[in-house]
Design a protein around this ligand. Sequence first.
Ligand code: C5P
Length: 408
Amino acid sequence: MNELAGKHILLGLTGGIACYKAADLCRALIKQGATVQVVMTQAAAQFITPVTMQALSQRPVYDSQWDSRADNNMLHITLSRAADACLIAPASADFMAKLVQGRADDLLSLLCLARPLARLPLLLAPAMNREMWAHPATQRNVAQLLADGATVLPVGQGEQACGETGDGRMLEALELLDELLAFFQPKTLVGQHVLITAGPTYEAIDPVRGITNLSSGKMGFALARAAREAGAQVSLVAGPVSLDTPRGVQRWNVRSADEMLAAVNQEIASATVFIACAAVADWRPAAAMAQKIKKTPTGLPPAIEFVENPDILATVAQSERGRSGALYCVGFAAESHDLLAQTQAKRVRKGVPLLVGNIGPDTFGRDDNALLLVDADGSSELPRNAKLVLARQLITEIAHRIGVGARS
Ligand code: C5P
C-alpha cells in the first residue's frame, strides 16, 4: 500500500549506532510513497555517511546551517516549512537535551526550533544505552519534550551495541514506519477500550487431532491495529494464528471457544467496544480423548459426540452492559449467499447494534475483503479493499455510531 503518498518527511539523524537502521527506515518511507529529506548532525555522520542517505533518499543531504547550496541560505526555514512531519531517528540523549533547552547551534536543532509548532509535528525515536535512557536527566527531558508537544516514541528492549541488555534500543525500521502511519490516523477512539476476538478456534478431539476452520485472523488483527491507531486501548483475544501482534495491542492467545470466552470475560468489564471477528467453531467434541484415538480392526470410524459451543457474541451482547449500550457490540457474519438478508437476520438474532457481513470464501486467508454494514437504520457497503483500509473505515464507522469524534 502507498500509505504515505503525498507526504514529505523530514528525517533527522543524530549521533548513535542506531543510525544504521535509519537507512532501512528511509527506504521503507519511500516504499510507502513518501518523499524524504534527510538532515544529519555532525555526530550522525560519524556513524553513517551522508552519501548513503543521499543515495537512498535521492535528495541532497544537509548537515550544516552554513550550506551554501540553499538559494536563500535559510535551510532551517525552507526545510521545516516543506515537511508534513519531522522524525528524528535516532534521537540521541544529547540531542533531546538540546531540544529541551531550545538550543540551535546545528541545522537539525535549529530547524526543530524554527518549525511552525501547530503545523509540523515532531516525532523522536530515542536510541541510547540503558543507563542513559533510565537517567533522571533523560526522563526529565522526555517529560519536557512531551509537554512541549513532541511525540516521543517508545524504545525497544534487548541487547545493546555496548554489550549491555535493557531499555533504550531504537525501534526497528518497520516498527518506526508503523508508528508514523499510526500517528497520521485520526484519533477517533481516544479513551475507549476495544476488545476484539480474531482467528479460528481449535476444538480438540484427542491430543493430536481437532476441528478448526480456515479463518486467517487477518481481519481481526487489522481491526486491532486500526483501533490502536485511532487511540484506543486494545485487547485482542486470538485463536491459533501465527500473525504478529499489532504494536501497542495486548494479546491473549487461546485455542478453544471455551478459552476464548474465558479470556473475553477477563477483559469485558472495562471494555467499551466489543468486536467479535473470530470464526468460533459452532460445536466441539463432548469430551476430548486423553489419548490418541487408534484405528480398529473393524475399520469403523470412531463415533464422536458433539456439544454446542457458547455463543460468545450473544452472551456479551445480552449482558447488562451490552443491553444498556454501555458496551457497543459488533458482530461479523461470514456467509456464502444472500448476504444482506442473512446479515440482517443475524443482527437481530445476536441482539447487536451493528453486524458486518462478508462472503466467507472471498475473505478467508486473503489480504483484501468487502464488507456490508447492517444496523437498525439499514445497510451500507465498504467496497473491496485491503483489510487494513477496511478496518480503518469500520473503526471510523464505529466511532461515529458511539458518538465520539476525531480529537486530532
Ligand atoms: O452464528 P455465527 O457463527 O454465524 O455468528 C457469527 C458472529 O458471532 C461472529 O461475530 C462471531 O465472532 C460470533 N460468534 C461467537 N461465538 C460463537 C459463534 C459465533 O462470538 N460461538
